[in-house]
Structures are given as C-alpha cells and as structure tokens.
Design a protein around this ligand. Structure first.
Ligand code: GTP
Ligand code: MG
Length: 335
C-alpha cells in the first residue's frame, strides 16, 4: 500500500482544480431557489399557526447548512412548546390541512422512529419533510453552516464528496452506507486535522452560542466572521484536498480503533467511548461521533457488508485520483 502512496506531483494534481471547481459550480443552487424555499416556508408557517398559534417552523439539513444541491428537498422541524404532544396525531392533522390546500403526494409516517410528514408543493415542485421538535438537527445544521463560512474549501469539498457518494450509491443509509450529514462531518474533521489546520475546532473555543436541544447542552464559538483568515496558512488546493480525503479514508484511517470527532477536532479511541465491543446490533465498523449527541455514532447503520462496499469505493476513488489524468468521468461514474 505504501507504494501506492507516492504523491502526485503538484503540477499534475493542480491541473484538476478548475474541473473540480466546475463540478462544484454546477451543483450549487441559485439564489432564486433559496427565495422560493423561504416563500414556501412562510406559506406553511401561516397554515400551521392558524391551527397551532404557538408553533414555529425551522429549516434544517442541506437546505439550510449551505451544502444543498440545486433541487434539494427541504427538511423542516415544527417546534411546539408542548413537548408532550402526540407527534403522530399532530402530523395526521397537518396532513389533512395540507391535502385541503392541494399539496401533492401528502404522506404521513406517524409511527416511524422519527415521525415525519412528506409532501410536494404543487407551485414550485419542491419536496418537503416535516417532523416535530427536531431541535438537535436545527442546531447541528447551524454548526455546519458556521463551519462552511470559515473557509470556502469546506463547501467545495463537501459538494464534491456528496456528488461522488450519490453517483457511487454510497449515500444510502437504508442500504447501510453513510448519510450526507456523516460525509459533511468527515470533511470538517479532515480539514481540522490538516497541518496547518484549515478549520478550527469551534466546540473547543470560547462559548459565544449556547442552547439546550433535546436536553443536550450545545455550545460553541459561532462568531465565525472573526475566523475568515483561519486557514490561509495552508495553501492546499481543492484538488489536493479531494485527493487527500480519499487517500485518508482508503489508506490512513484506523477503522479498528478510531472514532472521528468534530467536537474535539481529532480522533478518539473507540475504547474511550465504549464502542469497541459489539452491543446488540451496534458494530461500529466505522465510527463518527455526533458533535452534540456524543453517545450517537452516525455510522451505526454500517454493517459487515456495507463497510466493505464503502472501503472499496474509497480505495477506488483514491486510485483514480492517483493515476487517472482526467478522473472526472470515472470518479463520478454512475454505479
Ligand atoms: P441531502 O438531503 O443528501 O442533500 O443532505 P442533508 O444535508 O439534508 O443531510 P441528511 O439528509 O443526511 O440529514 C438532514 C439533517 O438531519 C442533517 O443536516 C442533520 O441536521 C440531521 N441528521 C441526519 N442524520 C442524523 C443523525 O443520525 N443524527 C442527528 N442528530 N441528526 C441527523
Ligand atoms: Mg436532506
């Protein structure tokens, strides 16, 4: 394996910068889309508050964390003061309201682990998912958005990795591969670990933002406008970082022993988290700590078979980045 690690010469790899940036540009959503999403949110908020005056709607996920592709769905959390409310009943009632207003494909999943209501807005064609009091997701969405404002290379890297993962079908949690949220955390952690670092560890800095979400205290430094020059000492280009990301996950990460942790800006040992032993269905073939819900391993969905698929895909991508002079077709080739 070490033989494979011969680094590409800088001139070679940097010739890939413009094509990678073009991939990024082709995926970002236009401002008009953001406006449409905000308008839809306020229409929905009006409908919801007519029935439940104290309710508020918050966007989360890729429509609000700055890692959203164009045409991405919107994820909404309906915040209710009354935490004891029957979420399933509420969603069924909301489903009736939306049907009466001609929203399409309205489907409530009131008994899912996280009850959710899915529908499509007939005017814009935007798909939406609404769940109730998903406050942690709203906070981790803000954390991701704040990290993205520190160094533009994070946003570029996440878009390219998500595009790769979707093309190669390793962004499917129901098939045992990783969520977009998990990939975004892998990218943040990777940039935290570069030397000089490209991203800081916001949760280890002075607290300027603090909130309680689902009984968990979430606090970190959120004055990111003061960190605009944080990564400038590291001049790595986007092509070098994409190469480095795949190389790290193909050949350098210690899957047996390490947990990646954005909260600490590094890795932790599985034994320090009690994740080295198999407990029930949790195997921890790869471990990614949620930055706030620290007992939660975001890769718990990965099993014996899907870890093999994932690692083969990381190795495939690393090989392509290493040897292919124009990797754009092969890297993103539909699986
Ligand atoms: P795409 O829809 O693929 O563009 O990406 P996304 O950013 O919307 O990511 P995803 O659908 O994976 O998740 C949506 C949001 O739900 C994330 O941004 C997180 O805020 C939250 N989320 C997803 N998975 C988990 C999880 O396992 N635990 C927690 N706490 N939050 C999660
Ligand atoms: Mg989403």
């Amino acid at each position: 394996r070490n033989l494979k690690m011969k680094t590409l010469c800088r001139r070679d790899i940097n010739s890939l910068n413009d094509p990678f940036l073009a991939v990024f540009e082709s995926l970002i959503s236009a401002d008009e889309e953001k406006i449409k999403q905000k308008q839809l949110l306020s229409i929905l908020e009006k409908l919801v508050t007519q029935e439940w005056p104290e309710a508020r709607l918050h966007m989360y996920g890729s429509c609000d964390n700055s890692f959203g592709f164009s045409n991405s769905d919107i994820d909404i959390s309906l915040a209710m003061e009354n935490k004891d409310i029957d979420r399933g009943q509420l969603l069924l009632k909301l489903a009736d309201i939306l049907k009466s207003k001609n929203f399409q494909n309205v489907k409530a999943l009131p008994y899912a682990r996280i009850p959710v209501l899915k529908f499509i807005d007939p005017v814009t064609g935007i798909s939406c998912d609404i769940c109730i009091n998903n406050a942690l997701a709203v906070v981790n969405t803000k954390l991701l958005r704040d990290y993205a404002q520190i160094d533009v290379r994070l946003r570029e890297l996440v878009f390219i990795i998500k595009h790769w993962a979707k093309s190669r079908r390793v962004n499917e949690t129901y098939q045992g591969t990783l969520s977009s949220y998990a990939y975004a955390l892998m990218c943040i952690n990777f940039l935290q670990q570069q030397r000089p670092a490209i991203l800081p560890c916001l949760q280890k800095m002075e607290t300027t933002y603090s909130t309680i979400a689902s009984n968990i205290e979430c606090s970190y430094f959120d004055q990111v406008e003061k960190l605009q020059h944080f990564g400038v000492e590291n001049g790595e280009s986007i092509a070098q970082l994409v190469w480095g990301f795949f190389h790290y996950w193909a050949y350098c990460h210690d899957y047996e022993n390490d947990v990646i942790s954005v909260r600490t800006g590094g890795t932790l040992s599985k034994s320090s988290k009690g994740w080295n032993a198999r407990v029930g269905n949790d195997c921890h073939f790869i471990s990614i700590e949620d930055p706030f819900e620290v007992s939660h391993d975001l890769s718990r969905v990965v099993d014996k078979n899907s870890i093999r698929v994932l690692r083969e895909e990381f190795e495939r991508a690393a090989e392509i980045m290493q040897h292919d002079s124009s990797p754009f077709v092969t890297l993103f080739e539909a699986y």
